[in-house]
Design a protein around this ligand. Structure first.
Ligand SMILES: Cc1cc2nc3c(=O)[nH]c(=O)nc-3n(C[C@H](O)[C@H](O)[C@H](O)COP(=O)(O)OP(=O)(O)OC[C@H]3O[C@@H](n4cnc5c(N)ncnc54)[C@H](O)[C@@H]3O)c2cc1C
Length: 484
């Protein structure tokens, strides 16, 4: 075991992969002990999806460099968090443990376990809120209950005290000089190899804190002004693309909040409120998760437990076509391929593609949630589960069951020139606007002219919209009158 110069404190990184506005780090550094940081790849948590693992690898590399500049050693370990923390505390004679809170069931349980253990051991320990604007347990409705609808929830947040100011990068006064024992990140094999399906992700993303701030400043100076008008159009690239950075805690919602407010005050830029209300949806999803720990598994609205999903043999074929972007509906196929190529899908298209799976194909929303969990770089325990339930109509403040997006009308409205489709479904590239949204409606001669043969170069729709809509309405009607 290494010898120690003086008893150090331990910072648990959890999902806060940054050094700015990191309250646990700031607190831990302010004491008179040197600091060691620990990241545990926890094998008891829900297994991380492939795209998230790619992100995590690069984000840890970036964090490691940041901590090196502060001369804080980073220990990487894989396994059960609690046992690892106990062992490290003994091995390094740790005198205090600090972390930023997580609001999923695993994070909440671990936090409680750590506090009880630290009390028993007489160890100093403290946890902080670093990932939300406000602590979920403090946001209550007028009856002192919990919110189930977004608008009053958000109004309450807007009336509450301003989120705490950002914390600067702290400067340590003491350094831990002894070597530490850490896993080699490469041995965790987080990156895909054969095949390397993530090879193009670097064209779109720069994981880590610097990448997050670059995205924020680009968004503020280039697109915030057009956000409200443009955010629904997948080809216009008007959204902030901050979701994976938020997911991995490379930037905090507080930092975004203050930066957006400051920028709009300085420049008179509009749309700050609209943008912050989307950060509000993130806050609401985490709030829902906090009070409903099984959000990714259980219908929020229990009456939908009676819904009869399609689990017949043909459902497997449907799921595969949907995953591969081969449904025959160009907007949905573009979205599903964007997801595969970039680890991301535009929000409007997420809604249409998810609605198609759940309503047109009557596939259980949990199947879609799992696919997104595996393929999204921003796959988030709160946002993914809450959004899937929103689309399915099973969630809190969800879309009404009878809202069934028409994939062709959505395509015409939100990708009016068909350029998003052209980008991700290149086999339809040559089609003119009037044909690109529903190629099966074109005459055979028109398709041949553009070298398209339905069923060969591009699929026929796997299901007829009208028929599917009626079937879904009937299935959902069936459960709507049940009481919970
Ligand atoms: C079926 C489905 C699954 C989704 N899964 C995820 C997921 O796993 N992770 C995830 O971060 N978002 C998810 N979303 C929400 C949303 O699509 C993404 O947050 C958004 O597309 C990210 O792009 P952006 O950062 O450019 O968003 P912007 O429009 O710039 O919004 C800024 C931030 O607000 C938050 N936000 C925006 N919209 C929502 C929303 N509807 N619900 C909750 N938070 C929101 C995100 O943190 C986002 O980064 C999902 C939506 C649907 C319909």
């Amino acid at each position: 075991m290494p010898k120690h110069s003086s008893k150090p404190s331990l910072l648990l990184i959890n999902q806060t992969l940054r050094v700015q506005d990191n309250p646990a780090l700031t607190h831990a550094i302010s004491g008179d002990a040197p600091l060691i940081a620990l990241y545990v790849f926890d094998t008891n948590m829900r297994k991380m999806g492939g795209a998230s693992k790619w992100w995590l690898h690069h984000s840890l590399v970036s964090l490691h460099k940041k901590l090196e500049t502060l001369r804080i050693p980073l220990i990487l370990k894989k396994g059960d968090s609690f046992s690892i923390i106990q062992k490290i505390t003994d091995d390094y004679e740790i005198n205090g443990v600090y972390w930023n809170r997580e609001y999923d069931s695993h994070g909440i349980a671990l936090g409680k376990e750590l506090k009880q253990w630290a009390d028993r051991k007489g160890l100093d320990c403290q946890s902080f809120n670093a990932s939300l604007l406000h602590e979920p347990s403090l946001i209550k409705n007028k009856q002192d209950g919990t919110f189930k609808v977004f608008s009053p929830f958000w109004k309450t947040i807007l009336k509450a005290d301003e989120p705490l100011p950002n914390l600067p990068i702290p400067k340590p006064a003491h350094y831990y000089e002894n070597p530490v024992e850490s896993d080699d990140l490469n041995n965790w094999c987080l990156l895909p190899k054969k095949p390397d399906w993530a090879h193009s992700f670097f064209n779109y993303w720069q994981p880590g804190e610097d990448g997050a701030h670059l995205k924020l400043s680009k968004f503020l100076s280039n697109t915030l002004e057009r956000y409200k008008q443009g955010r629904d159009f997948p080809d216009y690239q008007t959204t902030s693309l901050l979701s994976p950075h938020l997911r991995f805690g490379e930037i905090s919602p507080r930092q975004i909040w203050h930066a957006v407010k400051k920028f709009s005050k300085l420049t008179g830029a509009h749309n700050a409120d609209k943008y912050l209300s989307e950060i509000g949806w993130r806050e609401f999803s985490h709030y829902l998760l906090f009070y409903n720990p099984n959000l990714h598994q259980e219908n929020f609205n229990k009456k939908f437990n009676r819904l009869e999903w399609n689990d017949a043999e043909d459902s497997k074929k449907f799921i595969k076509s949907w995953q591969q972007g081969l449904t025959g509906y160009p907007l949905i196929d573009a979205g599903m391929r964007e997801l595969w190529q970039t680890g991301y899908m535009h929000n409007r298209v997420r809604m249409v593609a998810a609605s198609f799976l759940v309503k047109h194909l009557l596939i259980d929303w949990r199947e879609g949630e799992k696919w997104f969990w595996d393929t999204l770089v921003d796959a988030c325990p709160a946002n993914n589960a809450a959004s899937w339930q929103w689309v399915a109509g099973t969630g809190a403040d969800a879309a009404p069951y009878f809202r069934i997006f028409n994939p062709v009308l959505q395509s015409q409205k939100f990708d009016p020139e068909g350029n998003y489709i052209r980008r991700f479904v290149p086999e339809l590239n040559a089609l003119p606007v009037k044909l690109i949204h529903a190629p099966w409606e074109a005459k055979q001669s028109e398709l041949s002219h553009f070298k398209i043969e339905l069923g060969k170069t591009y699929p026929y729709p796997i299901i007829d919209h009208k028929e599917a809509r009626n079937k879904a309405l009937a299935a959902f009607e069936n459960v709507k009158n049940y009481k919970n």
